[in-house]
Design a protein around this ligand. Structure first.
Ligand SMILES: NC(=O)c1nn(CC2CCNCC2)c2c1CCc1cnc(N=C3C=CCC=C3)nc1-2
Length: 324
C-alpha cells in the first residue's frame, strides 16, 4: 500500500545555527480530531474528522490492517484506492484528498457530505416531483458518465450511496466494489498495466450488488458492464418518483426472481416521459439498454443542462410528486 497524495503540509524547522527550513510533511492520524461515526462497512468505519491545523472537516475512512489481511481483502482495498485515484476531478464524486497509515490502520481522507444520503432525503418527502427527479437524475447520470469515461463501473449504485453536500448536490461514494476496466487515458498496453486489466475472477464471481438494484446480467452471467450502472440508474429514477424501488419482495431471492423476469409495475399517474425512460433502462439485455448518451437526449431531460452548467444550478426545493 503506497500512501497517496502529495505532502499535504509544511512544518517550519530551525536548525542549531538558526537556519529556518520549511519541511514538507504528510498528515497523520494525530493531525485529526475524530468525531461521530458516519457509516460502518464490513471492512471499514467512516468518521467525521476535523483537521486540527486548518479546522476543515473531512470524512475519514479507516480500515483495520489485521482484519483486511485475515479476511484476505487486500485486493479490495487496492481496487478502491486505485478507483478513487482515477476519479479525481468530478463534482459528483466524493474526492480522495490523500491517504496515510499507522501501525494498525489505513486512512482515506475524503470529502465530507453534510447532506447525508439521498435515500434519507427521499424518505422525508416520500417521493420527488419531476423537477427534483430531473435535477438529481441528471447529476447522478453526469457522475456515471464521468466514471465510465475513466473505465470505472460502480456496480452498487443505490440511493444510500448517493450522498449530498452542503449545497444539496450529488456526491457518489463507496467504490469498494467497483470494477476497473483498462484506464482509457493510460497509453500502456493492457499487459503492462499491473492489476488494471479489469476484473479478477474471484472478485467477479463473488460480488453481487444490493438486491433491489442489481442488474439481471450480474445475477445470471456474473458479468457487470457499464450497462449495469444504467440498470441501477433506471431503478433510482423510478424510486425517486414512486417512493419505492421497482423490484422489492419479501426476500432477496424473490427480489432476484422479479428482476430476471422483469416483473414490475408503475403506480397510477407515473409521469409518462419518466416511464418511457425507465422502461428503456430496465431492459434485460444489456446490449439493448439505453446508454448515457441515449438518456441525455431523452425527452425526460429535454432542455436540462449537463456538464459544468448542471453543477452551477441551485438545487431545487424538495417537493413530493403529486400524480394527476
Ligand atoms: N463507504 C464509504 O466510502 C463512505 N461511507 N460513508 C458513510 C455511508 C453511510 C451509509 N450510506 C453510505 C455512506 C461515507 C463514505 C465516503 C465519504 C463520506 C462523506 N460524507 C458522508 N456523510 C454522511 C453524512 C451523514 C450520514 C451519512 C453519511 N459519508 C461518507
Amino acid at each position: 500500500w503506497k500512501d497517496r497524495g502529495a505532502a499535504v503540509g509544511v512544518r517550519r524547522e530551525v536548525d542549531a545555527d538558526g537556519r529556518v527550513t520549511m519541511k514538507p510533511v504528510k498528515k497523520g492520524v494525530r493531525d485529526f480530531t475524530f468525531g461521530r461515526i458516519l457509516g460502518e462497512g464490513s471492512y471499514s468505519t467512516v468518521y467525521l474528522a476535523t483537521d486540527r491545523q486548518t479546522l476543515r472537516e473531512y470524512a475519514v475512512k479507516v480500515l483495520e490492517k489485521k482484519h483486511i489481511i485475515k479476511e484476505k481483502k487486500i485486493k479490495y482495498v487496492n481496487i478502491e484506492k486505485n478507483t478513487l485515484n482515477r476519479l479525481t476531478e468530478h463534482p459528483g464524486i466524493v474526492r480522495l484528498y490523500y491517504t496515510f497509515q499507522d501501525e494498525t490502520s489505513l486512512y482515506y481522507v475524503l470529502d465530507l457530505c453534510t447532506g447525508g444520503e439521498l435515500l434519507g432525503v427521499l424518505k422525508k418527502t416520500g417521493t420527488f416531483d419531476v423537477e427534483c427527479t430531473r435535477f438529481y437524475g441528471a447529476q447522478i447520470l453526469d457522475a456515471i458518465d464521468y466514471m465510465h469515461s475513466r473505465g470505472v463501473i460502480h456496480r452498487d449504485l443505490k440511493p444510500e450511496n448517493v450522498l449530498l453536500d452542503e449545497q444539496m448536490h450529488v456526491k457518489i461514494t463507496d467504490f469498494g466494489t467497483a470494477k476497473l476496466l483498462r484506464d482509457p487515458r493510460d497509453p500502456r498496453p493492457p499487459e503492462e498495466t499491473p492489476g488494471q486489466s479489469g476484473e479478477d475472477d474471484e472478485r467477479a464471481a463473488s460480488f453481487v450488488g444490493t438486491a433491489e438494484y442489481v442488474s439481471p446480467e450480474l445475477l445470471t452471467e456474473k458479468s457487470a458492464s457499464t450497462a449495469s450502472d444504467i440498470w441501477a440508474f433506471g431503478c433510482i429514477v423510478y424510486q425517486l418518483l414512486a417512493g419505492r424501488p421497482p423490484f422489492k419482495a419479501g426476500t432477496e431471492y424473490l427480489t432476484f426472481q422479479k428482476i430476471v423476469k422483469l416483473e414490475y409495475e408503475f403506480p397510477p399517474g407515473f409521469p409518462p416521459a419518466a416511464r418511457d425512460l425507465v422502461e428503456r433502462c430496465l431492459v434485460l439485455d444489456p446490449a439493448q439498454r439505453f446508454t448515457v448518451e441515449h438518456i441525455k437526449k431523452h425527452e425526460f431531460f429535454a432542455g436540462h443542462p449537463f456538464g459544468k452548467d448542471l453543477w452551477r444550478m441551485k438545487a431545487p426545493r424538495l417537493k413530493p410528486y403529486v400524480p394527476g
